[in-house]
Design a binder for this molecule. Structure first.
Ligand SMILES: Nc1c(C(=O)O)ncn1[C@@H]1O[C@H](COP(=O)(O)O)[C@@H](O)[C@H]1O
Length: 151
């Protein structure tokens, strides 16, 4: 994520990964404030064994796109809700990538972070049957938790 202030949003992605028992790491890396850290992180990600990158940032959210430009790993972008423009700026910054460098862009804020965790797990589950089973169980539990009556 681009800032420690994004953690309130991005912790929901980490929580989902915890629930699915998917090993992961969390880092603050900013294209703007720590460009060398971003370069080192993105160019070294695949060699370190990472399989998917979730990048959350707000405002002029260049982090996901810049990360995607420096790794062939799938990059999922989460637009963090900004104060001034409610995250529409973040969304547009992340989603409008030029053809050739994809970022899989999720919804603004908490739902996007949750879904980034689930989508990362789904990507990993294509080559991990045990994880696929845990993902199915997670979805079943969610279905079972939805009340039929609003009261
Ligand atoms: N969008 C980016 C990038 C980046 O794209 O590299 N680095 C920081 N930021 C964003 O700036 C917002 C405000 O950050 P502060 O709260 O630290 O001032 C955060 O949402 C962060 O993601």
């Amino acid at each position: 994520m681009g800032s420690t202030s994004d953690w309130e949003t991005m912790r929901h992605a980490a929580r989902v990964l915890d629930e699915l028992d998917v090993p992961h790491e969390t880092r603050v890396v900013s294209a703007h404030r720590t460009p060398q850290r971003l370069y080192d992180y993105a160019t070294g990600a695949a060699d370190r064994g990472l399989k998917v990158v979730i990048a959350g940032a707000g405002g002029a959210a260049h982090l996901p796109g810049m990360a995607a430009s420096m790794t062939h790993l799938p990059v999922l972008g989460v637009p963090v809700e900004s104060k001034a423009l409610k995250g529409v700026d973040s969304l547009y910054s992340i989603v409008q990538m030029p053809g050739g460098i994809p970022v899989g862009t999720l919804a603004i804020g908490k739902p996007g972070a949750i879904n980034a965790g689930l989508l990362a797990a789904a990507i990993l589950a294509t080559s991990d049957e045990a994880l696929a089973g845990r993902l199915k169980a997670w979805r079943t539990a969610q279905t079972d938790s939805v009340a039929t009556d609003p009261e």
